[in-house]
Design a protein. Structure first.
Length: 310
């Protein structure tokens, strides 16, 4: 896929996401999730599935769709339209706003119960006992991390491998979100999805962290990335959230409860504890990052066009 066409398709997909948001009914990823639940119940019966079972289930769920997308994206005319639609379905910038903004609004009017309910739709930690600061922290962390998972990762793999790359990335990312837990049921079965997701996110996560740094408190963000990210459990979420926290000049990390067990997480960022208003700032950071990437793509396309027509 040419650079000029790729930039146009990225712009089209971002515009569709801004205008339409994610499909409310018949979303492809929702159907994929139901299929994954059905297949996992058969390959991981009573939680006894091993790594090979998880790898086989992952291959059955991902390879056919990616192969089909790789073929269709090469077809004249229809390939370009298909690619734009796949990228539109793969990115979730509008969805990120739709989930996070109600949490900020609930905090602003002092409705802590509604804020807890809203953030529970975004994170896997237990939210019932969170105070306003805890809700703000969880939401900001989710926005920063999902900036990579739901926006920049898909954009990166689209530029690398077209619709097939964006589709494969989002399918693997979805399986990691479903199976990548270190619980007795998924520790072995989810290993392949978790490791493949780590590999696919290595480059995008660091480009996301760099984008956050460039658009916020740059020196602080880079320092937090360098010194704090290595202590984080995830090799990719660490750079993203450390740089994002530094860019916003807030403190993230700390204790959180997952599946009834309290976990002490390393500190990220520097500055004040997050408040409800920081949720909007985090969303703005992701949104401006997407515009930055689009500007870079457009500049690269113009450069290539100029070289080809010199």
């Amino acid at each position: 896929m040419g650079t000029n066409l790729s930039a146009l398709l990225v712009a089209a997909a971002l515009l569709l996401d801004a205008l339409l948001g994610e499909p409310r009914r018949f979303h492809p990823l929702a159907g994929f999730g139901r299929l994954a639940v059905w297949l996992e119940a058969r390959f991981n019966l009573d939680g006894r599935g091993h790594r090979l079972h998880g790898a086989a289930a992952l291959a059955l769920l991902v390879v056919p769709g990616v192969a089909f997308a790789g073929w269709l994206q090469q077809q004249p005319v229809v390939g370009a339209a298909f690619s734009a639609l796949v990228l539109y379905a793969a990115i979730g910038l509008n969805s990120l706003h739709r989930h996070a903004e109600p949490v900020a609004a609930a905090l602003a009017r002092g409705d802590l119960d509604a804020a807890r309910a809203g953030v529970s739709m975004m994170v896997s930690r237990d939210t019932a006992a969170l105070d306003a600061e805890g809700v703000s922290r969880a939401t900001v962390e989710s926005v920063l991390e999902n900036g990579n998972d739901a926006v920049f990762g898909a954009l990166f793999w689209f530029l690398v491998a077209g619709a097939a790359g964006a589709l494969g990335y989002r399918l693997v990312n979805t399986l990691d979100a479903m199976w990548g837990y270190k619980t007795p049921r998924y520790l072995s079965f989810g290993w392949a999805a978790a490791r493949l997701d780590d590999g696919l996110n290595f480059a995008p996560a660091r480009l996301t962290a760099l984008s956050y740094a460039l658009l916020g408190r740059t020196r602080l963000a880079l320092a937090c990335w360098r010194t704090q990210a290595p202590a984080w459990d995830s090799p990719n979420a660490g750079p993203v959230m450390a740089a994002g926290a530094g860019a916003l000049e807030v403190r993230l990390g700390g204790a959180a409860v997952y599946h009834g067990q309290s976990e002490s997480r390393p500190a990220l960022g520097q500055g004040a504890a997050p408040e409800g208003g920081d949720i909007a700032r985090a969303l703005k950071l992701v949104r401006h990052g997407a515009l930055l990437w689009l500007a870079v793509f457009a500049a690269a396309a113009l450069l290539v066009w100029g070289v080809n027509h010199a």
